[in-house]
Design a protein around this ligand. Structure first.
Ligand SMILES: [Zn+2]
Length: 502
């Protein structure tokens, strides 16, 4: 049995539940990850203060990463699964359990909150009609609509929902929706489906870097002769056959007046609004393929499905990933330099999407949000490293910064901040994110690009939506242990000790 006194424990202070227990290792256990996890849970139900009975924890799946197997159980209540109420048992390659996460909802709380909701359900004929209508908006139906009654925990509120599944053609899709039983609204949607190689032209990552000049400006989105040498011819992989920039990992079709090319040629210059669509498609697709080359593919994949990107999302100089249920898409603004003309910005926002894909709802704490910003900057810095001259490698979004409303700037943020934790925290996630990105940048220097990128991505599998800097640092050390046998582990820990995080 676990002895919590000998482990590191993060408590859910609201429900007084140990929501994360780490810093322990069981002896090697026999059997499949599922068998091991079940045995471990059975023994430790009381220690973990899980008030649901073991029969209400249903095995869902085993998620494989490079260094670990994560076995997920879903809590049920009165026969209905609770979406968002999970127990995760993490098992290393030596078949030892090294961490457990527990987001179960106390049985008492369920009993208190649930009866109220039932009175306000839509009638079954009304809800069926609503679901049928919504399903048709996704395409021509190719299967029957299946639905399953569930509970869904959203920001502390428990909702009765239908989990709805169906297939479509035009566009081809295999869909899962979560529909609120009280009002018929979709609170989450997913497509679980799939090509062609097109030709494109892009900046990689941006003209300031490629031309090594700081005297270039937006000039109202005009093409300028100087840019001729900054354009790169590239292949656009994984395209569907309908002529849109829509493929295995990216879909830009929710951009206003989106591009269509039936011969799959997407060769434009920057003054053409379609240029930014090519940018988003190419850069997101190449980052996804790079992650797959590291080993995050197949059942270890991370967001290996098309993410929607609107590359002309408005006049604000602002871009964002929208994690809300039913959206989970990217928007790039046009203020100043079009944001999607700078691949650093494209990568940064995709970083948010990756985190949310591994840990839905990532960044519920201030430090979690700073991890989000820091990771996005790191991803851009690491991915485009080889295209940047030495002095520019620590600078993020140099091209975007030339179009700032207050006047041109050298860069948006840096990766070599000397800020120290906690005294340099300002409570603003982008500024505090420089503390995190600087740590990651040191990790990269220590482990090298491929190892660092792998460990940093792997570490996200050990986090949850409430994780903070300390969790992030501990997860990185665990990830390095699981994937690379703890190579340079001491020096890795020192990075976070020097920074004040550990
Ligand atoms: Zn951000």
């Amino acid at each position: 049995m676990l002895d919590l006194k000998k482990c590191t424990v993060r408590w859910d202070t609201e429900n007084y539940i140990p929501k994360k227990v780490s810093d322990f290792e069981t002896p090697p256990l026999k059997g499949s990850p599922k068998t091991i996890a079940k045995k471990f849970l059975k023994e430790n139900l009381g220690v973990l203060k899980i008030s649901a009975s073991i029969n209400d924890l249903t095995f869902e799946k085993t998620v494989e990463s490079i260094g670990a197997s994560t076995v997920l159980f879903q809590q049920h209540f009165q026969g209905r699964p609770i979406h968002g109420a999970w127990v995760a048992v993490h098992i290393n390659r030596g078949k030892r359990v090294f961490m457990v996460k527990n987001d179960t909802v106390p049985a008492q709380k369920l009993k208190r909150q649930l009866p109220k909701a039932k009175a306000v359900f839509l009638s079954s004929s009304k809800i069926n009609a609503t679901i049928r209508k919504k399903a048709k908006e996704f395409g021509d139906l190719t299967t029957a609509i299946k639905k399953e009654s569930m509970l869904y925990v959203l920001k502390g509120q428990i909702k009765h929902v239908w989990k709805v599944k169906f297939g479509t053609k035009k566009p081809a899709g295999s869909w899962i929706l979560f529909v609120d039983k009280t009002n018929g609204q979709i609170i989450e949607e997913r497509n679980i489906l799939k090509k062609i190689i097109g030709k494109g032209r892009v900046f990689r990552p941006n003209p300031i870097v490629t031309l090594d000049r700081d005297d270039l400006f937006d000039k109202k989105d005009a093409d300028q002769e100087i840019f001729d040498k900054a354009y790169k011819r590239v292949k656009l992989k994984g395209l569907h056959t309908d002529g849109y920039l829509k493929g295995s990992y990216v879909d830009t079709t929710n951009t206003p007046n989106n591009v269509r090319s039936l011969n799959y040629e997407f060769v434009f210059t920057r003054e053409d609004d379609r240029f930014e669509e090519v940018m988003a498609y190419y850069h997101i697709d190449t980052i996804q393929r790079y992650m797959q080359s590291l080993g995050f593919r197949g059942n270890r994949g991370i967001l290996d499905k098309p993410i929607k990107a609107n590359v002309h999302g408005g006049f604000d100089d602002q871009s964002y990933y929208d994690p809300s249920p039913g959206k989970k898409d990217l928007t790039y603004g046009d203020g100043g330099v079009d944001d999607a003309e700078d691949a650093d910005i494209i990568a940064h926002e995709y970083g948010h999407a990756l985190q949310d894909a591994i840990v839905p709802g990532f960044g519920q704490t201030d430090e979690g949000r700073a991890i989000g910003e820091g990771f996005g900057d790191y991803l851009a810095g690491s991915f485009y490293y080889e295209y940047k001259k030495k002095s520019r490698r620590v600078k993020i979004a140099e091209w975007d910064a030339k179009g700032f409303a207050g006047g041109p700037q050298e860069y948006l943020r840096r990766l070599d901040s000397t800020k120290h934790y906690p005294e340099d925290m300002e409570g603003e996630e982008h500024l505090d994110g420089e503390i995190w990105s600087a740590c990651l940048w040191e990790v990269r220097r220590l482990l090298g690009k491929k190892r660092a990128d792998t460990v940093i991505l792997e570490s996200h599998f050990y986090l949850n939506q409430y994780s903070d800097f300390r969790d992030g640092a501990e997860a990185l050390i665990l990830a390095n242990k699981n994937v690379f046998n703890g190579w340079r582990s001491k020096a890795l820990k020192k990075i976070f000790e020097r920074r004040g995080i550990l």
